[in-house]
Design a protein around this ligand. Structure first.
Ligand code: XUL
Ligand code: CO
Length: 437
C-alpha cells in the first residue's frame, strides 16, 4: 500500500519531559486511571470529514490544503486512496476509532442506486481495513445537508419528496454503519431549522422530524442494529435557528415525541458555546438526565460567532469536561471524536499529526486531573457541605413533599431571617487551579 504520511512513524508515549512534538506527553494508552486504561476512558475518534476531506476552504477562497490522496480526476480513486491514507493515519496515531458521513467516504453519483453502489464498494474496503488494523467505527452518519436538494432541510423539508430522499439515505447509512460494527449512529440536523418564520410551519416541521427519527428507530430494530442512536445539538449555523438547539431543547423534543428510550446526545464543545453555554454545562445537563452518549471534542473561538471547529487545547476545559464525564460514570459506547479541522494555513500532512497528538494529550491531562479531583473528593465534599441543610429533618421534609406552603410559612414566621452562607466561588476556583498547575 502507498504511504501517504511517509514523514511520520508511529507516535510513541515519551512522558511529560519530552520536547518531541510528535510524541505523547500525557496519553499513555494502557496506563490505568481509576481502574480503567486511558484508552478505554477516552475512546478517541478521528472525524473523517475534517481530517481527510477538509481543504481549508472558507467563504473568501477555495482550499489551500493539497494532499497526495486527492491527486486524481477519478472520484472513486480519490475515495480509495483517501481511505488508505486514513487507516495509515489511524495506525500511526494509535487511535482506536473513526467516524464518517456517508458522503465523506464515497462520492455521490447521478442516481441514488449508483451512489449506494459506490458506498458499498468503499465500505467493503473499510471493513477489511478495520479487520487488518483493529481500528473500530465509533459512529456513522448521513450527510443530508450539503446537496442542493436539502437546502430547506431533510426531515423538516416542506416537500415530502425530499423527506423520502433523506429517509432513503439514512436507511442506507444505518445499514453501512451496522455492517462496519459502528458503536453508534449520529443525527446532526444539518439544515433542520429555519431562516424565517414567514415561510415556515415550525410545528409541522418538528412533527416530521420526529416521524423520521421514529422510522429510523423502527428500521434499526428491523435490521438488528444494536448501536446507540445519538442526536447532536447545535443552536445555529447553517440555519438561523437549528431545531436541535441545545441539550435542554433536545431533551424536551425526545420526551414530547416518546423517543427518549432510543436516543442519547452527542455533545459538541463548540456547539455548546454557540448556544451560550459552556461545554461542561451541556455535559452536566446530559449526565443529570441520563442522556450523555458521546462527545465531539473540539473548541470554538470566543471572539468569533461561528463554528470554528478547532482542536481542543485548553487543559481547563478538558479537565472540567472529564470531571463531569467521570462523575457520570464515564463513556461507554460513546467516545471523544475530534470534530475539528486544521486552520487554513496549516497545510502540511504533518499538521494533522500535531493537531491530534496535542488534542489527545490535552484530554489525557484533563482525565488525570479530573481523576485526582474525584479521588480527593475536594469538590464533592464542598458541594455536599453547601447543601447540608437539605439533609436535615427540615430539608428532607421539603424534599419528600411532606410539608407545603402552610408549614413553610409557619416555619419562616417562627424562625425569621435565614442565615446567609457564602458561595466561596473564588476559593473553589483557586482549588481548581491547584489541580491544573
Ligand atoms: C456540524 C457538525 C457535524 C456533525 C456530524 O457542526 O458538528 O460535523 O458532527 O454531522
Ligand atoms: Co459535530
Amino acid at each position: 500500500m502507498a504511504q501517504y504520511f511517509p514523514e511520520v512513524t508511529k507516535i510513541a508515549y515519551e512522558g511529560a519531559d519530552s520536547k518531541n512534538p510528535l510524541a505523547f506527553k500525557h496519553y499513555d494508552a494502557d496506563e490505568m486511571v481509576m481502574g480503567k486504561s486511558m484508552r478505554d476512558h477516552l475512546r478517541f475518534g478521528v472525524a473523517y470529514w475534517h481530517t481527510f476531506k477538509g481543504t481549508g476552504a472558507d467563504p473568501f477562497g477555495p482550499g489551500t490544503i493539497l494532499r497526495s490522496y486527492n491527486d486524481s480526476d477519478d472520484p472513486m480513486k480519490v475515495a480509495d486512496m483517501t481511505l488508505e491514507a486514513a487507516f495509515e493515519f489511524y495506525v500511526k496515531l494509535g487511535i482506536d476509532f473513526w467516524c464518517f458521513h456517508d458522503r465523506d467516504i464515497a462520492p455521490e453519483a447521478d442516481t441514488l442506486a449508483e451512489t449506494n453502489k459506490r458506498l458499498d464498494t468503499i465500505v467493503a474496503k473499510a471493513k477489511k481495513l478495520q479487520a487488518d488494523t483493529g481500528v473500530k467505527l465509533l459512529w456513522g452518519t448521513t450527510n443530508a445537508f450539503s446537496h442542493r436538494r436539502f437546502m430547506a432541510g431533510a426531515g423538516t423539508n416542506p416537500q415530502p419528496e425530499v423527506f423520502a430522499y433523506a429517509a432513503s439515505q439514512i436507511k442506507k447509512a444505518i445499514e453501512v454503519t451496522h455492517e462496519l460494527g459502528g458503536e453508534g449512529y449520529v443525527f446532526w440536523g444539518g439544515r433542520e431549522g429555519y431562516d424565517t418564520l414567514l415561510n415556515t410551519d415550525m410545528s409541522r416541521e418538528l412533527d416530521h422530524l420526529a416521524l423520521l427519527l421514529q422510522m429510523a428507530v423502527d428500521y434499526k430494530k428491523k435490521i438488528g442494529f444494536g448501536g446507540q442512536f445519538l442526536i447532536e445539538p447545535k443552536p445555529k449555523e447553517p440555519t438561523k435557528h437549528q431545531y436541535d438547539f441545545d441539550a435542554g431543547n433536545c431533551f424536551a423534543f425526545l420526551q414530547k415525541y416518546n423517543l427518549l428510550d432510543y436516543f442519547k446526545l452527542n455533545i459538541e464543545a463548540n456547539h455548546a458555546t454557540l448556544a451560550g453555554h459552556d461545554f461542561q454545562h451541556e455535559l452536566d445537563f446530559c449526565v443529570g438526565n441520563g442522556i450523555l452518549g458521546s462527545v465531539d471534542a473540539n473548541r470554538g473561538d470566543l471572539m468569533l460567532g461561528w463554528d470554528t471547529d478547532q482542536f481542543p487545547m485548553s487543559i481547563y476545559e478538558t479537565t472540567m469536561a472529564m470531571y463531569t464525564i467521570l462523575k457520570g460514570g464515564g463513556l461507554t459506547t460513546g467516545g471523544l471524536n475530534f470534530d475539528a479541522k486544521l486552520r487554513r494555513q496549516s497545510v502540511d500532512g504533518i499538521d494533522l499529526f500535531y493537531a491530534h497528538v496535542g488534542a489527545m494529550d490535552c484530554f489525557a491531562k484533563g482525565l488525570k486531573n479530573a481523576a485526582k479531583m474525584i479521588e480527593d473528593k475536594t469538590f464533592e465534599n464542598a458541594v455536599k457541605a453547601r447543601y447540608a441543610g437539605w439533609d436535615t429533618d427540615f430539608g428532607k421534609q421539603i424534599e419528600t413533599g411532606k410539608i407545603g406552603f402552610d408549614e413553610l410559612e409557619k416555619y419562616t414566621l417562627e424562625n425569621g431571617e435565614p442565615e446567609i452562607n457564602s458561595g466561596h466561588q473564588e476559593m473553589f476556583e483557586n482549588m481548581l487551579n491547584d489541580y491544573l498547575y
